[in-house]
Design a protein around this ligand. Structure first.
Ligand code: GRF
Length: 197
């Protein structure tokens, strides 16, 4: 019996596509749902073409009532009985109560070498700081933002003429290799940290 994976997105869902494409054959997990907080997110159409059930819980409909949004999201998730949640370009901050209900079962990919640069504008901040490297991290989601146990990282050198956009473009393909590799291990019960170069 495969583990069921729900993937949460807000936009194009390139990481969702990479995860779904890898969950085939002997992989211990299968995608059971792609849910977006943004109606019409490009990733929803991609999931539909891949035959993955989709849903949308528009956070704007809840007018800032975070608990009500999360209750609606939880209802949709539960209906699809996932054993793992993968946040993949999901741009809503989840409350500690919601996270507590999925502790140990929820992963996220963040575009920095955590614990450096939690939050937004990660590539610009790394360039501004004069760092030699940048990258991405897959971690377990805990109540504190971008702070849970690290499960995998991939890194690239920062070039002297790098813009945040150029750096992001070099890191995104690494995300698409790192996240599936970490999910495959995580679904097999392996929590050892993966270093991708
Ligand atoms: C990626 O940079 C990812 O690291 C961040 O959101 C961006 C878009 O992800 N979490 P995707 O293309 O929607 O998967």
């Amino acid at each position: 019996m495969s583990l069921r994976v729900a993937i949460l997105i807000s936009g194009g869902g390139s990481n969702m596509v990479a995860l779904a494409r890898d969950m085939v054959g002997h992989h211990p997990a299968r995608p059971c749902l792609v849910v977006s907080n943004v109606p019409g997110a490009g990733g929803l159409a991609k999931a539909e073409t891949m035959g993955i059930p989709t849903a949308c819980v528009d956070h704007r409909a809840f007018k800032g009532d975070r608990a009500a949004f999360e209750a609606a999201l939880q209802k949709v998730l539960i209906a699809h009985t996932p054993g793992i949640l993968c946040l993949a370009g999901f741009m809503r901050i989840l409350t500690p109560d919601f996270v507590a209900g999925w502790e140990g079962q929820m992963l996220n990919i963040h575009p920095s070498l955590l614990p450096l640069y939690k939050g937004l504008n990660t590539h610009a901040r790394a360039i501004e700081a004069g760092d030699a490297e940048a990258g991405c991290t897959v971690h377990e989601v805990t109540a504190a933002l971008d702070d849970g146990p690290i499960l995998g990282q991939a890194r690239v050198p920062i070039q002297s003429d790098d813009t945040p956009e150029a750096l992001a473009a070099r890191i995104l393909p690494l995300e698409h290799r790192l996240y599936p590799a970490v999910l495959r291990r995580f679904a097999s019960g392996d929590r050892t940290k993966l270093k991708l170069s």
